[in-house]
Design a protein around this ligand. Structure first.
Ligand SMILES: O=C(O)CCC(=O)C(=O)O
Length: 258
């Protein structure tokens, strides 16, 4: 999938891009089935209680279609164009969110670039937990000026921070630079969100170090959940680009936990 110059400009200047109906109704039906099977298999008792956020990897054999989106050209080719270079697929996962997600970016370091594709299997609007993003907040100085506490900093509620709201139907996909500030408000206790994350393939010492540190944290989070981040299924996916990612993460000493 080839992006236009204008799409690249939009992403560069505002930090996100929207693809309406990137996934067909048939694909979303499969996505939804695999999502539930994958998420529920990580829950003791097999059912989300709606009390706290639940996260699960979708890089396993229970979700082959979803795991395969990482090397699908609608995602991998787009990630390469957005970053202007080779990328590394890092994670494919899902969440049952409970209530609000407060404002935050997904990275502490601006030394490397990464993008996150968000897939919401249920229709969402601004009052029911649609993703909100602050356009242009992926770059300094704006990025560092924004406060996590708008109540104190600006005397406004979290939900009143000026933002773009991604009202979506199943099949719509939003990709954002992980440095972009984002949030969601008003969702129910079982709001489903799937993501596909890519990091740049680093070629500077700063980017390499930032990615290695981030990956140590990623592996640690999986270890706490009692599972390896990259299990046998993910490592064995039969796709040339996918296998290059696995090799390259190994070279970067980021494939295994430390
Ligand atoms: O609640 C949401 O939909 C956004 C979750 C989030 O913060 C993220 O994907 O990084």
């Amino acid at each position: 999938m080839k992006l236009s110059k204008q799409q690249l400009n939009l992403f560069h200047d505002f930090g996100f891009l929207i693809f309406r109906q990137l996934l067909s109704a048939e694909e979303m039906a499969r996505y939804s089935r695999e999502f539930n099977a994958g998420l529920d298999s990580w829950i003791e008792g097999g059912q989300h209680d709606g009390k706290s956020r639940h996260y699960a990897s979708l890089m396993e054999e229970k979700s082959p279609f979803i795991a395969g989106l990482a090397h699908d050209s609608r995602f991998a080719d787009v990630a390469e164009q957005l970053m202007g270079k080779d990328v590394l697929a890092i994670a494919v996962d899902g969440n049952y969110h409970v209530s609000d997600t407060l404002w935050h970016p997904d990275t502490r370091s601006l030394d490397y670039m990464a993008v996150k594709f968000c897939i919401y299997p249920d229709p969402l609007d601004g009052d029911s937990g649609a993703l909100r993003v602050i356009p242009g907040s992926h770059r300094d100085p704006f990025h560092s000026q924004i406060s996590r506490e708008p109540e104190t900093a600006y005397n406004i509620a979290q939900a009143d921070v000026p933002a773009f709201t991604f009202e979506s139907q199943p099949g719509d996909v939003l990709v954002f630079n992980v440095a972009l500030w984002h949030a969601a408000f008003g969702g129910d206790s079982h709001r489903r969100q799937g993501v596909v994350v890519y990091y740049e393939d680093p070629d500077t010492p700063e980017a390499t170090a930032a990615i290695q540190e981030q990956m140590r944290g990623n592996h640690k989070a999986f270890a706490q959940a009692g599972r390896p981040m990259y299990g046998p299924y993910w490592r064995s996916i039969d796709d040339a680009r996918h296998q290059r990612w696995i090799r390259r993460l190994g070279e970067l000493d980021a494939l295994e936990p430390h």
